[in-house]
Design a protein around this ligand. Sequence first.
Ligand code: GLG
Length: 833
Amino acid sequence: TQVGSPSGAPAEPPRRGLGHVAPRHDVEGFVGSFMRELNYGQGVSLTRSSLNDRYLALARTVRHHLQSRWMAALAQQADDQAKTVCYLSAEFLLGRQLDNAILASDLDDVVEEGLGQLGLSLSTLRAQEIEPGLGNGGLGRLAACFIDSLATMSVPCVGYGIRYEYGIFRQSFEDGWQREDTDPWLALGNPWEFPHPEHAVTVNFGGTTEHYEDEDGATRTRWLPDWDVQGVPYNYMVPGFRNGRVNTLRLWSAKATRGFNLNSFNAGDYVDAVRAETFAEKISMVLYPEDSTPQGKELRLQQQYFFVACSVHNFINQVLPSDFDLHKLPDRVIFQLNDTHPVIAVPELMRVLVDEKGFDWDEAWTITQQCFAYTCHTLLPEALEEWSIELMGRLLPRHLEIIRRIDEEFRAEVAAAFPGDEAMPRRMAIVGDHTVRMAHLATVAGSKVNGVAELHSQLLRDKVLPDFSALWPEKFTNVTNGVTPRRFLRLANRNLSSLITEAIGPGWVTDLDRLRELEPFADDPAFRERFREVKRLNKATLARTLQSRNGIEMPTTGIVDIMVKRLHEYKRQTLKVLHIVSLYEGVVSGRLAVEDVTPRVFAFGAKAAPGYAMAKQIIGLINAVGATVNADPRLDGRLTVVFPPNYDVTLAEKLIPAADLSEQISLAGKEASGTGNMKLALNGALTIGTDDGANIEIRRLVGDENFFLFGLLEPQVEELLAKGYDPASYAAADPRLTSALDLIASGAFTGGDASVFSGLVDNLLHHDRFLALADFSAYMEAQDRVDAAYADPEGWTRSAVLNVARCGFFSSDRAMREYIDKIWHAQPVVTSL
Ligand code: GLG
C-alpha cells in the first residue's frame, strides 16, 4: 500500500496570519530583498555575480510576493468545505514564469525601478529564464491556461502532472533537416519549484493479486506488487491575476525507494545497487514527444500510472482532512481527465476505495463515477490510446481485474438497454480482443465527456463515440477551448494592451468580453493608425528577436503570414508550402509579374515527432524552399521564408503579436479545436482558414467579411473519400498545382537532386490522406482575396481591430466558467489573507 513517510506528517499548523511575514511592496523593500537573495541566497556580491545569479535572485525576490498568498491558500484548502478541481494532465506547457509572477503581483514598476537603481536591466535578466517545456503543444498549453484562469477566478484547483527531467526536445536544423537534442531545462537551477521529499508517495507496479476473507467473511482482494518507486512532489505556484489567490501545480518526480539496494552493496556490487536508482528515475526522465499520435510504449504507461497514483493518494490522504468521510468525496473533488493519458486513475480510485478503504464495489463505483469527467482532444482514431492486455496485466494486475469487472457490468448494461443487438456491446467494450480502450473506460466512468470546440464535440458524439452518445446523450457536452488573456495579450503584446487599456480601461484583462467596447474604434482613423503603429513595433521586435536568437534576417514590411503549430500532415503545412512554391514558380516562369506579388514574410514554427518521417520530410522541404526563395534575386525580396528552430511558448509570445495573417488550414474535421488560432485573432491577425475546429466559432464571431474562409466542409470531405479520392486528378486540373509539384520533383530546391522529395511528392499525388491537393485551388483563391484586402490598409486594419474586439469569447476564463457550470459544479472561494 502507499504510505507517505512518517516524517511527512504535517507539523502543528501555525495560526493563520502568524505563520508568515508579508514582503514590502515598494522599491526600497524590493532592492533590500533582492540584495539579500543575491548575497545570502546565491552567496555572491553584486559585482561578482553572474547573469544567472542575478536572475535567480530576482526570481526569488519576486516569488516572495506570491508565497505569502500561497501559504494562506494552502492553509485554507485543508479546512474549507469547497470542492477542488484536480486537473490531471500528463503535460503542462507553462512558458516562462518570471513575467507572469511580476504581473500577477503587480510589481512591474517596482522591479523596473529597483533593478534600475542597481544598474541592472529586467529584459536582460528575463532572457536568462529557460521555459519548462513540459508539453508537446496545444493540449499541454491548454492545461496551463486553465490553471491560470482558475487561480484568477479564485476557484480551488490543484494541477497534477509529471516533473519531466527533460522536456520537449530542442530542435535545431542541420542543412534544413530537424535535429533533436535533449532539453536539460533544470541545469541552471529552478527557482519556481518547491520539492517536498517528506511527502513522497510510494507507487507499486507488477506482481500478482490474491483473494482473502476479511473479518466479516467477505472476499476481498489484495495486490502483491513486486516493485515500487517513490513519487516526490514538486510544488509550483499558480498565481491569480492580482486577486490574492495562489493555487498549486504539483508535479511528481520519480525516485528509487531505497537509495541503495543494501544486499547488492554488501555483496560488493556497487554498480548493480545503483542500477535500481536509474531504473526508478527513468520513469519521470523524459516527455514523450508525440503530439496527437502516441506510441504505446511501456514506459509511457508507467509514467501515466505513476503520476495519477501519486495524485489520487495525495488528494485523499494528504490534502483532505484525515477524518474525511470518503462517501462525500464527490462533494469535495472532481478529477478532470485531460485526454486519455490519466484514465488509469479510474481503476486506481476504485482500488483505493475497495481494497484500501474497505468500500463495497457498488458503493465505490457510484462514488468514482461522480468524481471523474473526461475531455477528449482529438478526432484521429490512432490518437485514442489503447494498451495491450498483456502489458496492463504485467504492470498493473489489480487494475486489469478492476477494469475487467467494470467492463463486464457495463456490457450487461448495454445488452439490457439494446436487447437483441449483439454487436453493440462488443463495439462498446472497454476490453477488446487484445487491448484496453482507454477512451471507452473514460466515457463509462466519467460523469461528463466533452469535446473542445463545437464541431469537435458534435463529431465526437456522431463519429467517434456514437454508441455511447446513443446510450447516454446527456453525458456529452461541449466546452470550446480558450486561452489566457494575461499571458497571450497583456504580457505578450504590451503595446496593444496599452492601446486597448487607453481606449476602454483595464477591466478586459479579467473580463475579456469587454473587448467588445473596442468595436466603435474600428471606425476611428486615428485609432487605426495607432493600431498599425503597434503592429509595426511588434514586427520590429520580432525581427530583432530572430536576429539575435538565430541570426535570421526578417523584413518588416509586407504581410507577416504565420503558421505555428506542431508539424502534422493533417494540419497541412504542405498546403502552405505549395502556395509559396506556386508564387515562386509564377515569378520564375513569367506567369506573374514580380511587382504584382504582394510582399510577404512567411513564418513557420513547428516541431516534428522524432519518429514521424513524413513530418520531418516536410520540415526539410520548408527549409529547402526557404533557402532557394530567399536567395533568388528575381523575387526582388518580396517573398521571404523564415523558420526559426525550436518553436516554444517564449517564441510564440514574440511571433503572435507581429502577425497580420494566421494560417489555420487543417483538413475540415481533423483539428479538434486549435488554440493558436485564438491567440492570433486576439492579437489582431486575420485568419485564413478552413471550416474546422474553433475556426468555425472565430469566423461566426468576427464575421465572414473579416475572415478568409476556404476549402471543403467536413461532410464534403467524407463524401469525397467515400466516392474515392484521386489526388492526381486535382493536380491535372490546376496548372499552377502541376507546375508547383513538378518544380519540387525536379530538384529545384535541392541543388538538382530530384530524389530528395520524390517520396513526398509521390505521397501527395497518390495518397494525400489529408486532401491538400483537393483544397489547393480554393486556398490559392483565398490568398488572392488576402492580397486584395491587404492593398487597402484602412479596411484591413478595421478588420483586424474587429477581430480583437470580437474574440473575447476565447478567454480561458470563459471556458473555465463553462466547465464549472456544466461539469464541475465548483465554487470560487475567497482567500482570507
Ligand atoms: C489537441 C488538439 C488541438 C486542441 C488541443 C487542446 O490537436 O486541436 O486545440 O488539443 O484541446 N493534441 C492537441 O494538442
